[in-house]
Ligand binder design. Structure first.
Ligand code: COA
Length: 386
């Protein structure tokens, strides 16, 4: 099988971006990625775009074609992938397969979401469609409520505390201070997180990722070609994707996202490395409990010990395994369709030694973990210098 590497990355600032439309966000991230890869648009053979709810949020569908058009890349084949908050990673995986199969040599992968044009209730309803509409959303269970159920069960079974969850937010907001593209440049104390007001008990405002506009683009290429294109391409050495029950009622238990465990196993097997080899990871912290469950399900910590690990600083910038150096979804922001691609951007910058104040020393192997819905789609990717 041919190998795939990332040769260029581009991000917009994340946040409430009032002065740019979805297509302008895509163009900005795309032009940055193309410039970073040092190639011209003519070398790009296909476009894969991830977006979750652009139809509902801004009335625009057909995002694959829109990206190709906006970047001046017509008439190449353009695709849109939708897998809720994992749309960006699923687009990246499908683009990788197009290169692995020999169909293409160079492909642009974009993720984008414009979420702030409608009010919070409407965003909550649109996002809720990533769960089970019939058994959850119809009854009023939006995403904060679903993750609150998982948090309650985790607290009950393992003694995880609200303070431990709050520590995830404290850490990620601290990391976000060093990310110029992050939505929030604001540190919070444990007390401020604890007093931030319940959204869905036990989750408070500052346990939640925000509503965000933003886009991310990566240019990927067959690895031998990539080595001739840029000084330091970043190879995707393992990739796993798994699905799980769309509704929480279908789960064997609420404290594990099984699709994460399975996707991680596949990625590690393909890369022929173990979790101990990973030096830096971007995991899906859409809610603080999600980061705690992710670091357990990925194998960084034993089941039930994620909360303690965070509390003990093991996941901080100078900890055993720095998690969410970008600020994560919590502080960097979560423009849902863009998130998986943006996670790849952070890991590429870490492995290339370009993460500036967020740089993890001697980072050789990176991991991204992107979840769709409450765990019905998960993609895990592993990266190293080509
Ligand atoms: N983290 C930190 N600060 C936040 C925040 C968050 N998640 N959400 C909002 N804020 C801040 C705003 O910047 C604003 O600050 P300001 O008064 O200094 O300007 C203040 O809190 C109020 O913001 P507002 O936009 O009125 O909040 P809201 O009540 O409309 O939305 C949530 C808050 C938590 C409901 C919303 O962010 C949300 O739904 N998050 C979850 C998104 C989600 O489910 N994603 C998919 C996950 S799978």
């Amino acid at each position: 099988m041919r190998s795939v590497s990332i040769v260029g990355v581009g991000l917009t600032k994340f946040g409430e971006i009032w002065d740019k439309s979805l297509r302008e966000l895509v163009a900005e991230a795309g032009l940055k990625a193309v410039a970073d890869s040092g190639i011209g648009g003519k070398e790009i053979e296909a476009v894969y775009g991830g977006t979750m709810a652009s139809g509902r949020l801004i009335g625009q569908e057909h995002i694959g074609a829109l990206i190709a058009d906006q970047l001046g890349l017509n008439p190449l084949p353009a695709h849109r992938m939708e897998a809720a908050c994992a749309s960006g990673s699923v687009a990246l995986r499908n683009a990788m397969m197009a290169i692995e199969s020999g169909e293409h040599d160079v492909v642009a992968v974009g993720g984008v979401e414009k979420m702030t044009e409608v009010d919070t209730a409407e965003v909550g309803f649109a996002l809720g469609g990533a769960g089970d509409q019939e058994t959850e959303l119809f009854h009023g269970a939006t995403f904060p409520a679903l993750y609150a159920l998982m948090a309650r069960r985790h607290m009950e079974e393992f003694g995880t505390t609200e303070e431990q969850m709050a520590q995830v937010a404290v850490k990620n907001h601290k990391n976000g201070m060093n990310n110029p593209y992050a939505q929030f440049h604001k540190e919070f104390t444990l007390e401020q997180v604890m007093n931030s007001g319940y959204v869905a008990s036990p989750l408070k405002l500052l346990d939640c990722s925000p509503i965000t506009d933003g886009a991310a683009v990566v240019i990927i290429a067959e690895t031998e070609k990539a080595k001739k294109m840029v000084e330091q391409p970043i190879e995707i050495i393992g990739s796993g994707q798994a699905s799980g029950s769309i509704a929480l009622t279908g789960r064997e238990n609420l404290t594990e996202i099984k699709a994460t465990t399975i996707a991680a196993q596949k990625a590690f097997e393909q890369a022929k490395i173990g979790v101990k080899d990973v030096n830096v990871a971007e995991v899906h912290d859409c809610f603080t409990i999600a980061e705690i469950m992710a670091i357990e399900d990925l194998g960084f910590f034993k089941k039930g010990e994620g909360g303690k690990a965070v509390e003990q600083g093991k996941t901080a910038m100078d900890g055993e395994i720095p998690i969410n150096t970008s600020g994560g979804l919590k502080a960097k922001g979560h423009p849902v369709g863009a998130t998986g691609v943006a996670q790849a951007v952070e890991i590429v910058q870490q492995l290339q030694g370009k993460a500036e104040k967020r740089q993890v020393k001697e980072a050789e192997i990176g991991l991204t973990h992107n979840v769709g819905g409450s765990g019905a789609t998960v993609v895990v990717n592993l990266y190293k210098k080509a």
